[in-house]
Design a protein around this ligand. Structure first.
Ligand SMILES: *Cc1c(COP(=O)(O)O)cnc(C)c1O
Length: 423
């Protein structure tokens, strides 16, 4: 495997490791709550779509921090904006507003369906705001009986109690009850089920344009148009959770732009800050009005550091050249995956949009996505899974062509190793 002890960044050679031998994967088990099971290697540095671990091993990053690091690691412009802002102003609280937040909100409003923005720190918090807005809007305008939220089975909306309850995976609410009530789940892409479930009591229907955690499943055009029409008919808010699909991930700024519809509320996080924690809920004037002074809030939401970085990410991503670059990279990735699949026949379907790509494993390999992830790490490639049967790739949107090629060679080797182990 290629090893590199030094890497050239902006003209200076920096040591790869922090040299802190005092912490290792064993430390994790000693001091961390066991809700994660991280891999053995501990990354210490990244640049672009490459990452280095404590021993100086170099990895190609096809994971992008789960669709977060939209511009790769340590993007010089983001580093510069963050350090500039760090020298100027970190935090104020929402007792006062700040310039980066206002500039970012202006960008989001000018370039989407939205009129108004609420800032939060994470995807779950943005969704929490969206669901609270839907309930409050319905309650203030139609009465408290109109409080039901319809969501999709296998959906994912975050890990707060409200958002796991709206998410359609029972394993994530197990043992955490009593959970919030008034939530119904329908099969994804099933308009007939939605017709049967929706009523005058429905305050919102929430949909991911591509179910990310649920297996990289894109919504059909008919489903999205149907949700829009039914929400209009029943005066329910159409909430799009674009936390994973937003900020250029699918080759458009937001995925709704592929479908010819507008949502009433949209949540965005992950790639929005390119790795700096920030999230936003976007909505229209008539709904925003329901979140009057004091009705909702956040200590850090809209802080100058996050907003300054997100503004820089936004300005880089939201150009026709950048977005067509995403579509070009999608083609390269799909071509390479299809070539690999002709050799190994491991995927029964390769799907997704832009640089959110899923490869569903064939029947004989059901449940093996984690093994593939492990084998990829052994080959110095970072990938993701979306459930037990789907490999997920969500690299940086500016990943260099060379890194795609090197990564795909390593993926091919990882697949070979997986097949040898299973035999
Ligand atoms: C990641 C994700 C979330 C949760 O975001 P956090 O920042 O982890 O709270 C919610 N919805 C979707 C679609 C996601 O992909």
């Amino acid at each position: 495997m290629p090893q590199s002890n030094d890497v050239l960044i902006q003209g200076s050679k920096l040591p790869v490791s922090n040299g802190d031998d005092a912490v290792s994967r064993t430390t994790f088990d000693q001091v961390m709550v066991p809700n994660y099971a991280p891999g053995k290697m501990i990354p210490v540095r990244g640049f672009g779509s490459r990452v280095w671990d404590q021993s100086g091993n170099e990895y190609v990053d096809f994971a992008g921090g789960i669709a977060v690091s939209a511009l790769g690691h340590a993007h010089p412009e983001l580093v510069s904006v963050l350090t500039q802002q760090a020298k100027q102003l970190w935090h104020l609280s929402n007792v006062l507003t700040n310039e980066p937040a206002l500039r970012l909100a202006r960008l989001l409003v000018d370039n989407t369906f939205a009129d108004k923005v609420f800032f939060a720190n994470s995807g779950a918090e943005a969704n929490e705001a969206a669901f609270k807005l839907a309930r409050r809007h319905a309650s203030l305008n139609f009465g408290s009986e109109k409080n039901e939220i319809i969501a999709c089975l296998n959906g994912f909306h975050g890990r707060t109690l409200f958002t796991v309850s709206v998410g359609g995976q029972e394993k994530y609410t197990e043992g955490f009850g009593p959970i919030p009530q008034g939530i119904t789940h329908i099969p994804y892409n099933d308009l007939e089920s939605l017709k049967a479930a929706i009523s005058d009591k429905t305050c919102a229907v929430v949909v991911e344009p591509i179910q990310g955690e649920g297996g990289v499943l894109p919504a059909t055009r008919d489903f999205m148009k149907g949700v829009r029409a039914l929400c209009d008919e029943y005066q329910a808010l159409m909430i799009l959770d674009e936390i994973q699909t937003g900020m250029g991930r699918t080759g458009e700024l937001y995925a709704y732009m592929h479908y010819g519809i507008y949502p009433d509320v949209l949540t965005t996080a992950k790639a929005l800050g390119g790795g700096f924690p920030i999230a936003a809920m976007l909505t229209r004037d008539q709904f925003a009005a329901s979140l009057s002074v004091g009705s909702h809030g956040s200590t850090y939401g809209g802080n100058p550091l996050g907003c300054a970085v997100a503004e820089a990410v936004f300005n880089i991503v939201n150009t026709p050249e950048f977005l067509s670059g995403v579509r070009l990279r999608q083609e390269m990735m799909l071509d390479a995956l299809e070539r690999i699949n002709r050799q190994y026949s491991v995927f029964k379907e390769i799907r997704g949009r832009g640089l959110l790509i899923g490869g569903e494993l064939v029947e004989g390999l059901r449940g093996q996505s984690k093994l593939l992830l492990q084998k990829a790490l052994d080959e110095h490639l970072m990938i993701l899974v979306a459930g037990p049967d789907v490999m997920r790739l969500a690299p940086a949107l500016n990943i260099p062509e060379e890194d795609i090629q090197v990564g795909m060679t390593r993926l091919s080797a990882a697949i070979g190793a997986m097949l040898r182990e299973i035999e």
